[in-house]
Design a protein around this ligand. Sequence first.
Ligand code: DGL
Length: 269
Amino acid sequence: MNTDAPIGIFDSGIGGLTVAGAIQALMPDEQLIYFGDTAHFPYGEKSPEAIRNYSLRISAFLLHKGCKAILIACNSASSVAYTQVKKYVGNKALVVNVIDPICQYAATHYHQTRIGVIGTRATIKSEVYIKRIKKLNPALEVPSMATPLLAPMIEEGFFNHTISQTVIHSYLSGKHFQNLSALILGCTHYPLIKKEIREYYKKEVEIIDSANIVAHHLHRKLAENKLLHSGNQKTAHRFFVSDYTRSFEKSSHLFFGSAIHLVEEKLFH
Ligand code: DGL
C-alpha cells in the first residue's frame, strides 16, 4: 500500500468531522477524503441492514479513491457494520472503527464505578458499548441511554444554544443516569455539545469523546502497519456529501476553514 495515499473517513453527516479535525491536528501531513452520507441522515433511526448497505457502498467509493485506511467515523455504523466493512475491504486498506478505542480507554481508566453511554437508537440498541466494556472490565456498570434528538439538533446547527441546553438537561437528568464517574459520548456529533454537557455536570463527570482518542488510535494503527505518510507534498483534503446541505457546508468550515470545496456525489442513484 502507498503511504502517501489518503485516509478515507465517513459518517452520516457532520459528526465525523469532529474526528477528522482531530486527525488533521495530530497528523497534518495526511490527506483526508471525507464522505458525509447526508442523503441518509440520521443513521441512528435506520435498520442495521440499511446502515450496512450504506457503509459498504461508501467503503467501495473510498477504496476506488485509493484510500490506504477507512475510518468509520460514526458510532451507529461502527456498531452494526464494522465486521462487514472489514470483511469487504480485506487487505486492500486498514479499517478502523470509533468504538473499540473508547471502550479500551474507559475500561482501563476506570474501576468499580459507573460510566454512562449516550448515543443514537441504533448504537444503544446494539449494546456494543456495554458488551465490549464489560468484557474488558466486568466490574464497571454501564448505564446507557438513546438520545435521538441530539444528532439532528446538532446537524441543524443548534449547539451553544438555549435549545441544546434544554434538550441536554432533559435527557441527562433521567433517574437511572445519576452518580456517574464518566460519560461516553457514543456519537461523533456530540463533541460539538461537549462544552454544554460538561457545564451541565459542573465539570464533576469526565466527558469522554471519540475525537482525540480515535485520532491517536488511528495514528498507532497506521504506524504499526507502516502506513504513516512519508511527509512529502501533502495533497488537499476532499469532501463529498450524498446530498448537499447548507448546514454541512457551514459546519465543515468550523473544522477546516472556508477554503473547502464540497462535492455532491450521488452515490446511491
Ligand atoms: N454521527 C453518528 C454516530 O456517531 C450519528 C448520527 C446519525 O444518527 O446519523 O452514530
